[in-house]
Write a protein that binds this ligand. Structure first.
Ligand code: TYM
Length: 343
């Protein structure tokens, strides 16, 4: 059976971008693959975290996995730091990845901006840890949102270089493939349609969080940025199945709200545009509120219920980590041996 792996950082509250871009797609995969999903706490500490908040966010992220429909019987759910092999393999891969490759990572540049010198070294080598997360299980498929595409390409390069340099071309690490579903792969901020909706965005109004109430959702959508024109009709797409970069750039907020609708209702751009053509933002916002309340509030309510018993969530993670350790340890040992390290 093929393996899938994905991870979510416990660096803040989970939002609908995480849900539509990633979590929702994790669920059906648990039936067709050997699925491993981890709360990547070692990634979270690449930026400053308050310890008590990190612990709470780790449980909250695990609760979101469960509330979205993952089952600890069908998938292995665990916290990254519970499987030391991730950090061990990350070190080996730090010695494989080239500085020139890390230099090209746009997420590091976006996150650090002009404060590059003050960033942790961990943030810089973040993609090597991500490579370790995936390769330590030899996972073939990785469901993620669009923003992780470049990291996944780097993971493939790291795997290929390891195989080439240390394994005489034997495919010790298979190249993992990203699974990026076009619908919901890139949910943008409600306050600025050119920026990604992001956990680290502390501005509450920009994100719809999974634990938001129906009133929060209605209020945030009412205040979401819009523009002065009526919503476009399907003709604007021409022969294409999706809006071009030019269209997106001209009306980022309109396309974002329409895109959230399309992801939430699992429909094509054509159908979404046909539904709202010529109508105003307030219609879209009202209908989107109803749809999101229907989808998000049950997830948030289930998270609240699960979080009332944090010990139970910890037990699930501990059991998952034990299973994951058994899979990961021989792989990291094999990699170390190929590099010439003694047992
Ligand atoms: P993270 O924690 O930022 O996000 C978790 C998942 O949510 C997706 N996502 C989005 N999708 C659509 N629109 C958005 N606005 C949006 N924001 C986030 C992300 O693409 C991701 O799938 N580096 C990863 C975590 C990670 C990982 C891994 C992923 C660590 N190791 C191994 C896959 C495999 C990250 O920071 O995701």
């Amino acid at each position: 059976m093929q393996r899938v792996l994905s991870g979510v950082q416990p660096s803040g509250r989970l939002h609908i971008g995480n849900y539509f871009g990633a979590l929702r797609h994790f669920v059906p995969l648990q039936d067709d693959y050997e699925a491993l999903y981890c709360v990547v706490d070692l990634h979270a500490i690449t930026t400053p975290q308050e310890p008590a908040r990190l612990r709470a966010a780790t449980l909250e992220t695990a609760a979101a996995f469960l509330a979205a429909g993952l089952s600890p019987e069908r998938a292995t759910l665990f916290h990254q730091s519970g499987v030391p092999a991730h950090a061990e393999l990350a070190w080996l891969l730090n010695c494989v990845v080239r500085v020139g490759w890390l230099e090209r990572m746009t997420q590091f540049k976006d996150k650090t901006g002009s404060h590059r010198e003050a960033a942790s070294a961990g943030l810089y080598v973040y993609p090597a840890l991500m490579a370790a997360d995936i390769l330590v299980y030899r996972a073939q498929k990785v469901p993620v949102g669009e923003d992780q595409k470049q990291h996944l390409e780097l993971v493939r390069d790291i795997a290929a270089k390891f195989n080439h340099d240390w394994c005489d071309g034997e495919e010790y690490f298979p190249p993992p493939e990203p699974l990026i579903d076009a619908a919901g792969a890139r949910v943008m901020s409600l306050r600025d349609g050119r920026r990604k909706m992001s956990k680290s965005d502390q501005g509450d109004a920009a994100c719809i969080y999974l634990r938001d109430s129906s009133d929060d959702i209605a209020r945030k959508l009412r205040r979401a940025k819009s523009d002065a024109d009526a919503l476009p009709s399907a003709e604007i797409l021409g022969d294409s199945a999706r809006p071009s970069a030019e269209l997106l750039a001209a009306r980022p907020e309109a396309w974002n709200l329409l895109g959230i609708w399309r992801a939430a209702n699992s429909e094509t751009w054509n159908d979404t545009l046909a539904r709202f053509a010529g109508r105003g933002f307030s219609d879209l916002k009202n209908e989107l509120t109803e749809l999101l309340v229907e989808i998000v509030v049950p997830v948030g309510t289930e998270m609240d219920r699960l979080l009332a018993d944090g010990d139970e969530i910890q037990k699930i993670l501990a059991r998952g980590a034990e299973k994951a350790r058994a899979l990961a340890e021989p792989v990291v040992r094999g990699a170390a041996e190929r590099m010439g390290l003694l047992r």
